[in-house]
Design a binder for this molecule. Structure first.
Ligand SMILES: Nc1ccc2nc(N)nc(O)c2c1
Length: 382
């Protein structure tokens, strides 16, 4: 956005400034040690220090301002100590902008049987070489320090849904004890920050208790975890309806692991500011294009001689240079360039969507934009 950038607030940690609000949706600025980013913002996923298949210059060209890395993957390879010796993630991956790192609990959980969970932390075996590892709130926070993460995530446990209220309660309470230990282990530095992660599944009373516990500890931002784990959009939105108002109005809210363009629109309209999801990049590697008219699979034979661009207002650097037919050919031929171009295209679409939504928040026309976007997404290819 070319909106005038409000002055950076001097602070001993990163800050978020709300610029304006339209309904529950907010437009603001994230000010960090590694630069300022307009919100709402979508963070491309750079799990092992790379947004798969494209250079960070390409990521920057889409308009992305902040990217995500993963403690779990980087601690296993190349290890946090080596990243630190290489000058930290920013220098190693040639990304001077802010980096948010997830804390590892979620990734270990998705490894299933390979792990043992205790009050102290999680013991698991590496999916790479079977070596044994242990993650605790302290070690996760230390690893993120070594990675030089701009935004550090508290170490939490994300329970699989569906789960009984008792299971959700015990898990949430442990995550809150881990949040306090994560905060104690965090090294505050000017322009850096740490986010707490609200848990509690789809139980309002548990979400309430979790949000209060985190506010009492005090963080630079608050993530909503425990969602986008198969509960479906309706249940995710209804959980957001009562959870975002529980979080401080003047601090950023990060909905983890979300989502499709329609998810993003709905979550922004419910007061969320930051997002990350593998969908646009993973789809790009599997021939699925995200566009204003919904998604399309470029392997489909109907594109074999379709000389049109992917979408008329594609503003990625490849805009108007590559036809659907060419992409169809690249994917059918299993050429590297296919996933590279389509990943770039999809991330550029997500960033364009963020800019569109932010501009609508600024001129209070978000309701109208939402109707247009949802209509166009339903059109399917033209
Ligand atoms: N859907 C997700 C995605 C990532 C997560 N990361 C953490 N640390 N915690 C969660 O609950 C997550 C949920």
């Amino acid at each position: 956005s070319d909106a005038p950038r409000p002055n950076l607030t001097p602070a001993d940690h990163m800050t978020w400034q709300k610029e304006t609000q339209s309904g529950k949706a907010r437009a603001g600025w994230l000010h960090t040690r590694h630069g300022s980013v307009p919100t709402p913002t979508f963070m491309p996923v750079g799990t092992v220090g790379t947004v798969k298949g494209i250079t960070m210059d390409s990521v920057r060209s889409t308009g992305a301002g902040i990217v995500l890395g993963n403690t779990y993957h980087l601690m296993l390879r190349p290890t946090a100590e080596r990243v630190q010796r290489l000058g930290g993630l920013h220098r190693m991956m040639d990304w001077p902008g802010p980096i948010l790192t997830d804390s590892g609990g979620f990734q270990v959980m998705s490894l299933g049987p390979l792990r043992k969970l205790t009050e102290d932390g999680v013991t698991f075996r590496s999916h790479i070489d079977g070596s044994k590892h242990h993650l605790t709130p302290e070690s996760s926070t230390d690893i993120q320090f070594k990675l030089d993460a701009t935004i550090t995530m508290a170490f939490d446990e994300c329970p699989a849904l569906p789960a009984t209220k008792e299971v959700l309660e015990a898990s949430m309470e442990r995550s809150m004890r881990w949040a306090a230990r994560s905060r104690d282990a965090f090294t505050a530095r000017p322009g850096y920050g740490q986010f707490g992660i609200v848990q509690g599944g789809t139980e309002q009373e548990l979400r309430e208790r979790s949000a209060k516990a985190l506010r009492d500890i005090g963080f630079e931002g608050y993530a909503i975890g425990g969602l986008a784990v198969g509960e479906g959009q309706e249940l995710m939105f209804s959980t957001l309806d009562y959870t975002t108002p529980m979080l401080p109005d003047d601090q950023p809210r990060y909905l983890m692991g979300v989502g499709t363009p329609d998810d993003l629109l709905g979550a922004i309209m419910r007061g969320c500011d930051m997002f990350d999801c593998v969908m646009p990049s993973r789809a790009g590697r599997t021939a699925r294009a995200y566009t204003e008219r919904g998604t399309m699979n470029l392997r489909n034979a109907r594109f074999a001689e379709d000389t049109r661009p992917l979408s008329p207002d594609d503003d990625s650097p490849m805009a108007g240079r590559y036809s659907r037919a060419y992409l169809h050919h690249l994917f059918r031929a299993n050429e590297m360039l296919g996933p590279m171009l389509l990943t770039l295209h999809n991330l550029a679409y997500y960033q364009r969507l963020m800019r569109q939504i932010r501009a609508a928040i600024m001129d209070d026309t978000l309701e109208e934009l939402a109707v247009t976007l949802r209509h166009n997404w339903s059109l399917g290819d033209w």
